[in-house]
Design a protein around this ligand. Structure first.
Ligand code: URA
Length: 434
């Protein structure tokens, strides 16, 4: 089989066979296929799409590129969650410990930042010492001991996703539906959870811009999960403005810590309660969503969720003094508040541009393997529907470089549109797909 023929076939709108897809995935994971050919095929898939059979083959080939975990010897039922990618989305940092604190083991394989969207692994690495590259025995031992793991792809676990993810991030090939399905579901299948809650984002800060596309993505992932015997629920949630107030790695960890202590912004807290309740319901720990939500609320209010978070950080090598005193986390040198120059109502946030402002500050990657500045980011002070006067604080930029700060200020200012008429607030959630 020749890689160039596979690229040409997809370029010309052909349907790839199971063998061709396996040849590509396994060859790329073994580093026998170069980045330039893989990038060309990714772009062809992005533009031409894949049918259901090709998407399933891609997902299964990616899941099988490493080991697939059998967790039954360490936990009788394990739940996982995954977001399709958003801006300010730090939900995993709160719901994973809250659900684990309710007694349901959470074994989660997370991702890094992708395009304008942040990644849980990059956020967690703001905590000095925290390790995301757990081996299979380490993953299982921690799940048995702590009931909670937040790990990344590794040489053993879904290595094809690790490599393809980094390549997609820098080749304009992130938003292709089959590529997102393959990436997310391969990680979920390799990590061995019995049940998976998917938070499918829609809007200007998501890879899916319309409800129709988000529904298609959610349905494709639910279908694949069920075909391989996993319980899956998807919630479609709004991403037309950042979730919570902060965007940027250490800033988001601080906001998650505040929320685990019972504070945090109302929209973010509510989002965590809904996703946490879905995880408990799917894991059979409650009879309905209302009862499940009460359990998550109690886990946070009692401090058990916070204690579980500390156990997680300690178990994966993170230095606890940084989470006990979050002001020790990486902090930027240049902190600049930007104020409104006109009167009106915040009508729209071009949320991907807000995410790209954080990438421009150094909080994400422009090239494969770029280091990340964990300290930089933004704090938003307004949300859609808020009325502003001249001088109302709009957002604060945390930067470590003057030119980058100026670029971020300009990008975020341009991302905010105001109306002279009152504007409705945005919903948090749309559909639920089971
Ligand atoms: N999250 C992932 O893990 N992969 C994607 O492609 C998008 C979001």
């Amino acid at each position: 089989m020749r890689m160039v023929e596979i690229i040409e076939k997809k370029r010309d709108n052909g349907t790839l066979t199971t063998e061709e897809i396996e040849f590509f995935v396994a060859g790329y994971a073994r580093e026998e296929i170069p980045d330039y050919q893989a990038a060309a095929l990714l772009m062809a898939i992005m533009l031409r799409g894949m049918d259901d059979r090709e998407t399933r083959d891609l997902t299964l080939a990616m899941a099988r590129s490493g080991e697939t975990l059998d967790l039954s010897d360490v936990a009788s039922f394990v739940v996982d969650k995954h977001s399709t990618g958003g801006v300010g989305d730090k939900v995993s940092l709160v719901v994973a410990p809250a659900v684990a604190a309710c007694g349901l083991p959470v074994g989660k394989m997370s991702g890094r930042g992708l395009g304008f969207s942040g990644g849980t692994l990059d956020k967690l690495e703001s905590i000095p010492g925290f390790r995301v590259d757990l081996s299979v025995p380490e993953f299982k031992a921690q799940l048995a001991e702590v009931g909670l793991v937040l790990s990344g792809q590794s040489a053993n676990l879904a290595p094809a996703d690790g490599k393809l993810y980094a390549l997609r991030d820098v080749t304009g090939t992130v938003p292709g539906l089959p590529l997102i399905v393959g990436s997310i579901m391969s990680k979920k299948l390799a990590a061995g959870a019995d049940a998976i809650v998917l938070d499918v984002k829609v809007g200007s800060g998501a890879f899916m811009r319309t409800l129709e596309d988000a529904r298609a993505l959610a349905e494709a992932m639910v279908r694949i999960g069920e075909e391989v015997g996993r319980r899956v629920t998807a919630r479609i949630s709004d991403m037309n403005q950042p979730l919570g107030r902060t965007v940027g790695n250490a800033l988001e960890v601080r906001e998650a810590i505040e929320t685990l202590h019972g504070g945090g912004p109302a929209d973010f807290r509510e989002h965590c309660l809904v996703i946490g309740a879905e995880m408990l319901l799917l894991g059979g720990r409650a009879d309905d969503l209302k009862a499940a939500r009460v359990q998550v609320e109690e886990a946070i209010a009692s401090g058990r969720a916070w204690e579980k978070f500390r156990q997680l950080i300690g178990a994966q090598g993170g230095e606890l003094r940084y989470v006990d005193e979050p002001e020790r986390l990486p902090t930027a040198e240049l902190i600049t508040e930007v104020r409104a120059e006109e009167v009106g109502y915040l009508a729209r946030v071009q949320t991907d541009a807000v995410g790209m402002a954080v990438v421009a500050l150094g909080g994400g990657r422009e090239q494969k393997g770029d280091p990340i500045d964990h300290a930089v980011g933004l704090v938003m002070h307004v949300e859609v529907g808020d009325e502003v006067e001249v001088g109302t604080p709009l957002f604060t930029v945390h930067a470590n470089d003057i030119d980058r700060r100026e670029e971020a200020v300009a990008r975020v200012r341009a991302a905010l549109s105001f109306s002279s008429e009152p504007v409705d607030r945005l919903p948090l959630f749309y559909n639920r797909i089971t």
